[in-house]
Design a protein around this ligand. Structure first.
Ligand code: NAD
Length: 377
């Protein structure tokens, strides 16, 4: 079998087992005409403009070259040379290249369905709202914003504009992750008792935006701890009702006021399950999820890196084949935005907002030393 066959088989299995598909299959149109050659969207390919042409956008753009249902159709950048270079590389015509001043004009661009915002965290709110007002669907990178108030503004703006808001939670489409979710739903672990999420790396260049509160909105928790927060929710399958948290800082010069270096936090769930998590910019080799229930366990390590994800459960190794996360994500998001598909683990603005409410509560718990109650609905 060729890689393409393997991949297609895998995607078909993924769709059959993991995605609620109201129509036949999001992959039904693989053989349809290429919209690029027909000059219009046939309802089969999601035409995406990328905003913020930095390192993660480069990874997304490369991965999208292998998409069946999504392609790079527009670019938004403050750097003219990047627009030129990326435009040539990804075949984006000059008329669909924008800068941060004029991208509201995307409203009149019939060749773009959605904008993927991949800029520093604190810019997401205003950029997403502008895209919504331009009448385009929005995909926004994590964290969706820097606090729940901003997140709510974004959810409201998209609802008002009648566009969909999705968050770039690539793990929600990752095959081994989805297998653990499937097993948990099937009752294979019994009643869930405990989740552990460890997320961290040693951050380098002290001058980068991730260490600037004004652009990052915080520190490691915003950037990497969010994987443990989000993971706790989709692994346990419940919304937490309380949080406690403790912060430690060993380098106050590098990690200034408002930029967290290391936070340990605990989440409590309605069933009585608890989570214990670590978020840090000061330790390497931390990318691990572990969950145990009355009848079994699951372990993912690495759990959230670009992969391959590896893991095992009490039943043995997880063997689902690796596929580039951003490729599957964008194909699945095409199904959500164009066909109204419902993913197994939500990726909408409400999902992003829940994580932001938990982040707010973790910071408040660090400040007060006390337990914060959560009402996520
Ligand atoms: P980056 O620094 O590599 O890229 C950011 C881009 O935004 C750059 O091209 C920069 O020029 C542009 N930009 C626009 N306005 C800016 C301003 N005022 N200040 C600084 N830069 C500005 O960062 P990145 O790693 O690509 O991260 C971008 C977003 O993607 C973040 O929200 C991050 O959390 C998210 N991200 C997600 C993943 C994932 O796996 N889902 C991985 C990496 C990053």
């Amino acid at each position: 079998m060729t890689m393409d066959h393997l991949r297609r088989n895998f995607l078909q299995k993924l769709v059959a087992s993991a995605v609620v598909v109201p129509m036949l299959s999001p992959y039904r149109a693989l053989a349809d005409a290429d919209p690029a050659s027909t000059g219009g969207n046939q309802g089969t390919t999601l035409r995406v403009a990328l905003m913020g042409l930095g390192s993660y956008a480069a990874r997304v753009a490369e991965a999208m070259q292998s998409c069946k249902r999504a392609r790079v159709a527009g670019l938004i950048s403050g750097t003219p040379s990047k627009l030129q270079e990326w435009g040539t590389k990804f075949g984006v015509p000059e008329k669909s290249r924008y800068n941060y001043e004029n991208f509201d004009r995307i409203k009149d661009d019939p060749d773009i369905d959605a904008v993927y915002v991949i800029t520093p965290n604190a810019l997401h709110r205003d950029q997403v709202i502008r895209v919504a007002r331009a009448g385009k669907h929005v995909i926004c990178e994590k964290p969706m914003a820097v606090n729940a108030k901003e997140g709510q503004d974004m959810v409201d703006a998209c609802a008002d504009a009648g566009v969909k808001l999705l968050v770039g939670y690539r793990m929600h489409f990752e095959p081994k992750t989805l297998e653990v979710v499937r097993m948990r739903k099937a009752g294979d672990f019994g009643r869930i008792l405990f989740f552990q999420g460890l997320c961290g790396f040693r951050i380098g260049d002290p001058g980068q935006w991730r260490l600037d509160k004004a652009l990052a909105g915080g520190g490691a928790l915003m950037d990497i701890g969010i994987y443990a927060i989000n993971g706790a929710r989709y692994m346990v399958g419940e919304e937490p009702v309380w949080v406690t948290a403790q912060q430690t800082k060993t380098d106050p010069v590098k990690f200034k006021e408002g930029v967290d270096e290391t936070i340990q936090f605990q989440l409590g769930f309605p069933s009585g399950a608890v989570a214990s998590c670590l978020s840090t910019y000061q330790m390497n080799h931390l990318d691990r999820f572990f969950m145990t229930g009355e009848q079994g366990f699951a372990e993912l390590q690495p759990a959230t890196g670009y992969g391959p994800i590896q893991g095992r459960t009490h039943k043995g190794e997880l063997t689902q084949p690796h596929a580039t996360h951003q490729t599957i994500q964008m194909d699945e998001m095409a199904g959500i935005l164009l066909d109204g598909n419902t993913p197994v683990v939500p990726v909408d603005g409400e999902e992003g907002l829940k994580d932001l409410k938990i982040i707010d509560a973790i910071y408040a718990a660090c400040e007060t030393g006390g337990r914060q109650e959560l009402r996520l609905g």
